[in-house]
Ligand binder design. Structure first.
Ligand code: PMT
Length: 404
């Protein structure tokens, strides 16, 4: 999978130290943001002698942080908030002095304090004169940091800005981005086959009209992407949406609930995991008019609707069902209705979301979910659909492991 997909919606905190390689970090920010990551830059005082903070601000689209005791920052993104915000901390370039400070457990400037306070994985890309890199104290600091689980990328060897040749060059930004992206490939669903539905269905009334809903497919597509990241083979049965197919996903486009049911039921035997994210129409018009329905004389128009097949319930009732996850879109009594749906449809897990509120649910980029399974539940607070999708996959894997 390409790096840009794996980095989408990731929060990357980039620490920039004072070395000539700091100019390369500007390109790094550009590549990370291009890959869809959210980047916040923390500069040491020395770094600001090499590159202006404005460069990083313009490229990341976020204010640059540099002071540990900045009253304004403390009110907004202080060191604890930044430490919590980060999915990954990358320090590039990491100078000999920074490695020494980090190894010594210092916390007297912003970047070191964040490194102390974060639970996110930390990656350091050293850059310094080759003699400084090979110095015994530097090597001791490196060994100590590695022993603490902090990873190093590089340095590369070659000709240096100081005119010497040897190890100490910062790894090129494009390679750094590839390495970081690989960190997010979890392998949690390696060997599994996910069959997933997403988007709305359209139930036609006549050649120009249909019954549908506001589902955009974003939640389901995000889950498909997260499953690929986790190593799964993914087949996505999509209703009519305008989204691009995530990389490495086999997509089958359908329109009506009946077509979605057929597409799912002919493939379910090969799947080890089924997730029903689609907002499937519960009913379809009893008749499909061949010509456009004309306005009648009366004030009302009666429509007769037939009930559609319940795809999720059919999958759960199949002879060897995969691990089955449904969604519940509710405007009220979310918890009660979702739990009722889970037991009625006899599925392994249900992800409930409150819909009808601005900013989450249907057609929004964010959502909030509560997961219910036999004997347990977990709420996943409001976040982007991509972040929630990744969390959802982790909980599903836990339950799948428990069941097997
Ligand atoms: O697509 P987005 O804009 O990103 O919005 C995401 C979402 C709000 C659509 C999604 O998060 C969601 O809640 N999907 C399920 C919507 C829904 O139809 O819920 P439901 O409570 O009506 O159905 C319960 C479950 O049964 C769902 O898993 C549904 O896919 C499944 N179902 C329902 C009817 C049917 N005939 N067949 C089914 O498989």
């Amino acid at each position: 999978m390409k790096s840009h997909a794996l980095l989408q919606n990731r929060n990357i905190l980039l620490g920039v130290c004072g070395g000539i390689a700091a100019y390369k970090s500007a390109e790094l920010v550009r590549l990370l943001t291009k890959a869809g990551a959210s980047v916040r830059v923390v500069m040491t005082e020395a770094a600001q002698q090499f590159v202006g903070a404005l460069t990083f601000q313009a490229l990341s689209g976020n204010p640059v942080h540099s002071s540990l005791l900045d009253p304004e920052a403390e009110a907004g993104m202080g060191h604890i908030e930044l430490a919590r915000w980060a999915d990954l901390v990358l320090v590039a370039p990491a100078t000999a002095d920074f490695l020494a400070r980090h190894a010594a457990g210092r916390a007297d400037e912003l970047l070191s304090a964040i490194c102390r306070a974060t639970a996110a994985p930390q990656w350091l890309a050293p850059a310094m004169n080759q003699q400084m890199w090979q110095d015994a104290a530097t090597q001791q600091n490196v060994a100590q940091l590695q022993a603490q689980g902090i990873a190093l990328i590089g340095p590369d060897a070659g000709s240096q800005a100081c005119g010497e040749v040897g190890p100490g060059r910062m790894v090129e930004p494009s390679e750094l981005v590839e390495t970081l992206a690989a960190q997010f490939q979890s392998g949690l669903l390696q060997g599994e086959h996910l069959l997933i539905t997403a988007g709305p269905t359209r139930e036609p009334l006549d050649p120009v009209r249909f019954i549908s809903n506001r589902s955009s497919g974003k939640m389901g597509f995000a889950i498909a992407r997260a499953a690929v990241e986790a190593g799964a083979k993914v087949t996505l049965v999509a209703g009519p949406v305008t989204l691009d197919t995530p990389e490495h996903v086999t997509r089958i486009d359908v329109e009506q609930a009946e077509e979605m049911a057929e597409a799912v039921m002919t493939r379910v035997a090969d799947a080890s995991l089924f997730i029903a994210t689609a907002a499937v129409a519960d009913y379809r018009p009893a008749t499909l008019e061949a010509e456009k329905i004309k306005k009648g004389k009366g004030e009302t128009l009666q429509l007769t609707l037939f009930k559609n097949r319940d795809i999720l319930a059919e999958v759960a009732a199949s002879s060897t069902p995969p691990f089955t996850v449904g969604f519940a879109a509710e405007t009220e009594n979310v918890r009660e209705y979702a739990q009722q749906k889970r037991s009625r449809k006899q599925i392994d897990m249900i992800a409930a979301n409150q819909v009808g509120q601005p900013g989450t649910g249907f057609d929004a980029d964010e959502n909030a979910l509560t997961l219910f399974w036999e004997g347990g539940e977990q709420s996943l607070p409001r976040a982007t659909k991509q972040q929630l999708a990744r969390q959802l996959i982790e909980y599903i894997v836990e339950r799948m492991d428990e069941k097997s």
